[in-house]
Design a protein around this ligand. Structure first.
Ligand code: TYM
Length: 377
């Protein structure tokens, strides 16, 4: 019988394997992915090419990429229901990344908050990749024509740039890319550092008392929450006021995200009890949320053969199951297309045969990345 079910909408997202997944990456991103597998056609990847913008030990990057895959599965991303893959295993990301680089403006890239923050933090390694990173991210997204890109608040700007680039390309050459929507959760979209509630809890920062990683031991998590910065309110009032009480607001957001309670419910629960009761309660709720994930991830990480099979099947499924055909974004070649705005038929800047030196160069680049990624463990 013919399948008449309407096609599912598509979700896609990724995380850089630059360090252990934090409570921030879990609440801002993965938790929301895992909840949507039935409703959407889902693609999630380890953004290992993005990790190259900072210096990495290849063996460590490879290990972290596999660990991240295990953590994805432990967080509830069923590999049967979600396509999970490693970005560098799908060469089309780099190919389209280059093309989109040429449609992303210097001024746009210069305005990216993350570029400004990261270049200030790594003044000795402000490389081209760090600058053009959003064009690769646009390729990661547009290749799969997703409807939604679930990300935390800090990545929203990159998804908005992706929309602008896609729109620009479509205006020039006709409808090619679907324009995706960022999907930012209502709570947990910006988990802040426990010791510095004005700055984001970051995966790449040194392990410190301000960030919690999902593989952390319960006693360490409890200790960090007990020491979390609040404020000097003498009444220790648990009230949601991000401007005047950023530490308490951060703890309330974390508690809300892991328990599903609303801010008024939390205020009522801790009315008159003070920070002495509130902070351990948040710690306890986080410990209980992360406990099954940590235990499951530890189990999965021991099964290297299973992880390698997942990598292989994911890489096979990712490009052919969904991705936009290369011919769609290389379609300008030869024939020329009509510029929808001007009505002028333009010759392709990509008018190249698939066996041309340009393509051969791209392929050899992929192979060297493969070698980088796999041979140096
Ligand atoms: P990355 O690896 O920095 O972060 C991964 C995801 O976790 C979210 N996140 C947070 N959310 C709330 N609070 C926090 N403290 C916090 N820290 C991280 C991020 O918003 C993100 O959703 N460029 C991306 C990876 C990427 C990507 C993509 C994402 C590459 N290609 C295509 C979506 C689509 C990045 O570096 O995220």
């Amino acid at each position: 019988m013919e399948n008449t079910a309407p096609a599912k909408k598509v979700m896609l997202s990724g995380i850089k394997p630059t360090g252990d997944l934090t409570l921030g990456s879990y609440l801002g991103a993965i938790k929301n992915w895992a909840e949507r597998a039935e409703q959407y056609d889902c693609y999630y990847f380890m953004a290992d090419l993005h990790a190259l913008t900072t210096r990495n030990d290849p063996a460590l990057l490879r290990r972290r990429t596999l660990e991240q895959l295990a953590q994805y599965v432990a967080c509830g991303l069923d590999p049967e229901k979600n396509t999970l893959f490693i970005q560098s295993h799908v060469p089309a990301h780099v190919e389209l990344g280059w093309v989109l680089n040429c449609y992303t403006m210097f001024g746009e890239l210069s305005r990216m908050t993350q570029f400004k923050d990261k270049s200030a933090k790594n003044a000795d390694n402000i490389n081209g990749g760090l600058f053009t990173y959003p064009a690769l991210m646009a390729a990661d997204i547009l290749l799969y024509q997703p409807d939604y890109v679930p990300v935390g608040e800090d990545q929203k700007q990159h998804v908005e740039l992706t929309r602008d680039v896609a729109q620009r390309f479509n205006n020039l050459y006709g409808e090619t890319f679907k324009i995706p929507e960022p999907f930012v959760p209502k709570v947990g979209a910006r988990v802040m550092d426990l010791l510095n509630p004005n700055s984001k809890m970051s995966k790449s920062d040194e392990v410190g008392n301000g960030r919690v990683v999902i593989m952390e031991a319960p006693e360490d998590i409890m200790r960090k929450f007990k020491r979390a910065v609040t404020d000097c309110d003498t009444e220790h009032c648990v009230r949601y006021d991000p401007e005047n009480k950023p530490g308490v607001a951060n703890l309330m957001s974390i508690y809300a995200a892991v328990t599903g309670k609303t801010f008024p419910e939390i205020e009522l629960e801790f009315d008159g009890l003070g920070y002495g009761a509130f902070k351990p309660a948040v710690g306890e709720a986080v410990v209980e949320t992360l406990r099954p994930i940590r235990e499951e991830a530890q189990k999965i990480m021991k099964d290297k053969a299973y992880l390698e099979t997942l990598c292989k099947t994911g890489a096979e499924r990712a490009p052919c199951a969904r991705s936009i055909r290369r011919s769609d974004w290389y379609r300008l070649r030869g024939k020329g297309t009509e510029n929808r705005e001007s009505g002028i038929r333009s010759e392709s800047p990509l008018a190249t045969d698939s066996k041309s030196p340009a393509r051969a160069y791209t392929l050899s680049f992929h192979f060297s990345l493969f070698a980088f990624h796999f041979s140096l463990s």
